[in-house]
Design a protein around this ligand. Structure first.
Ligand SMILES: [Zn+2]
Length: 236
């Protein structure tokens, strides 16, 4: 067996493994979130109030918006806005405050010109643009392959590049997310004295980080799968 075949079969098996890892990560963040949504924080602040307090403490003028959906919270560096889901905005649970502190962590990264955040933004932009290019390219390749035999290999080559870009985007997302969570823990540990609550914050943020780790594994395995296919197609 050559390398192309080994990569192809091993990645084929690993697809099942990483999908299970991703499902476990997804369900554990959901269960951590619903568990700690029931646990009231000793801070006696809602998510919205915490966001305002953190902005004032750090002399940052951020737009604070509420958005629909569950766990749709995000920081937007373009218009310097903290977008907090309605439930987290109004809740004073440990889960809501952990999420808001994490998003504020991203705002701090932006404010301080944290390099991995900038790299991540570029990587995501490039990866998204490449993905948008995927569908028309596949259609053209199907049409072309009627006339040209090489089209299949070229098409697979492009798919490999697209998955490589997605993998890079996921890889650079990891340090950005872990750093935002570390900032969130530092912020809340300074305000909260209850050690049970500090532990709950850490658990909640760790569960969220695992979903990013799982997504990185998924894109790694898809990249390897198409790389194997490409190498086999090039060889044959
Ligand atoms: Zn984040």
């Amino acid at each position: 067996m050559d390398w192309a075949t080994i990569i192809y079969y091993v990645s084929g098996f690993l697809i099942f493994v990483v999908i299970i890892i991703a499902l476990v990560a997804q369900s554990s963040v959901q269960s951590a979130y619903s568990k700690y949504s029931q646990m009231p924080s000793s801070l006696n602040l809602t998510g919205g109030q915490l966001a305002e307090k953190l902005c004032a403490q750090n002399n940052m003028l951020l737009q604070i918006n509420t958005v629909g959906g569950s766990l749709s919270d995000h920081y937007n560096s373009k218009d310097k806005s903290l977008n907090i889901s309605q439930a987290n905005y109004n809740s004073s649970s440990v889960a809501a405050l952990a999420v808001v502190a994490h998003e504020f962590g991203h705002a701090l990264q932006d404010e301080q010109g944290y390099a991995p955040l900038k790299i991540r933004q570029i990587a995501v932009k490039v990866s998204n643009a490449a993905s948008r290019f995927l569908l028309p390219f596949l259609l053209i390749s199907i049409i072309l392959s009627i006339f040209v035999g090489m089209a299949g290999t070229i098409m697979l080559g492009v798919v490999v590049i697209i998955y490589a870009l997605a993998l890079i985007a996921n890889l650079v997302t990891l340090p950005v997310e872990i750093n935002a969570s570390n900032r969130a823990k530092a912020i809340l540990n300074e305000m909260v004295t209850d050690s049970e609550e500090q532990k709950a914050v850490a658990k909640m943020l760790r569960a969220a980080a695992m979903t990013y780790v799982a997504a990185t594994f998924v894109s790694l395995v898809y990249f390897l799968r198409f790389l194997g296919l490409f190498l086999i197609s090039k060889r044959d």
